[in-house]
Write a protein of this length. Structure first.
Length: 323
């Protein structure tokens, strides 16, 4: 029995040593970064901008894999089930916290099965409307919606997206009723708003402001504490008489649970350093995105708060995964 115990103890020491050695030698092969959305969007942009900087800093190659579907669940599940060896990372946005409530049959545990590496950025939303809508600000939109209950509609990039949930918060706060028209992404929603099929929509500033500047849409409000440089002429909710209304999406880096702490800390530190670069900050600001950079503990706490915040919105609005 004593011999058996000594054998187990020796194996434990060897396992610990192997883990430390693995972290010390890392990286010795390409790293995979899973992006749970199609190329070209906010998540993909953040993954590639920051991921490339991290790759250069640690002397590695990062291969980006886009695995869209199921409101980011498919790609995130790939990360959650990957070997925790420091060679698989992923990116998530606000939908990740939403899914914890919206989809009770997630194939992974949002907090237990993932390491949270760094919060990369936050992006407030802007509400735009078709030019024909007889409302140019929040007060006029609310008055119009109350005069025509249930007749106005709003587009979103999908059920459970920050765009939809922000409008649900707005509806609840203002006491109005508007019909939701979900799309599979921002592009389709924006196309139909410009075409006059839908009245208003929320989304990040980057893809929407060109339509405002060209006269195909008009800006109503931004959901930031302060005005957004990329939409400097658009007032905030607070400026329009709606205090404490801040919303948006965000992007962060995740890894499988059990990934060595030394590796998590290294990637987090390099991501934070990259996001402190004035040139990168300026590039993001052009899209209405604010660079952040955080520690793993800060990011995990942030996700926990986001889960609780969006759970209340989802439950109050009675949002279901299928409508």
């Amino acid at each position: 029995m004593k011999c058996l115990l000594r054998t187990f103890a020796a194996l434990a020491v060897l396992a610990a040593f192997a883990g430390n050695a693995s972290a010390q030698n890392w990286p010795i092969r390409p790293i995979k970064m899973v992006v749970p959305y199609t190329p070209g969007g906010y998540t993909d942009l953040m993954a590639r901008l920051v991921g490339q900087k991290v790759a250069e800093a640690i002397g590695a190659t990062i291969v980006f894999e886009n695995k869209p579907g199921a409101n980011a669940i498919i790609g995130t599940d790939v990360v959650a089930k990957a070997a925790p060896d420091g060679y698989t990372f992923g990116t998530v946005i606000a939908a990740h916290a939403v899914n914890a409530t919206l989809n009770p049959k997630l194939p992974y545990d949002t907090l237990k099965d993932l390491n949270y590496v760094s919060l990369m950025s936050v992006a407030p939303l802007i509400m735009i409307a078709h030019p024909s809508l007889p409302a140019n600000n929040v007060k006029e939109l609310v008055a119009l919606a109350k005069a025509k209950p249930g007749e106005l509609n709003f587009a979103s990039s999908g059920i459970g997206a920050a765009a939809q949930l922000t409008m649900e918060m707005f509806k609840s706060r203002m006491g109005i009723n508007m019909q939701h028209v979900p799309y599979k992404g921002t592009a389709g929603a924006l196309q139909d708003l410009v075409g006059g099929q839908v009245n208003v929509m929320f989304d990040i500033v980057g893809p929407l402001m060109p339509q405002v500047k060209s006269g195909n849409a008009k800006a109503i409000v931004v959901t930031a504490k302060e005005r957004v440089p990329a939409a400097a002429d658009v007032p905030t909710m607070a400026e329009q008489g709606v205090p404490d209304f801040v919303s948006g999406t965000w992007a962060g880096i995740i890894a499988p649970s059990g990934t060595p702490k030394e590796i998590i800390d290294r990637v987090s530190a390099e991501a934070k350093k990259a996001l402190a670069d004035p040139a990168l900050q300026a590039k993001l600001a052009e899209q209405g995105i604010v660079a952040v950079g955080s520690s793993p503990d800060e990011f995990r706490a942030f996700v926990g708060e986001e889960i609780a915040r969006w759970a209340k919105v989802i439950n109050d609005a009675g949002i279901k995964i299928e409508q």
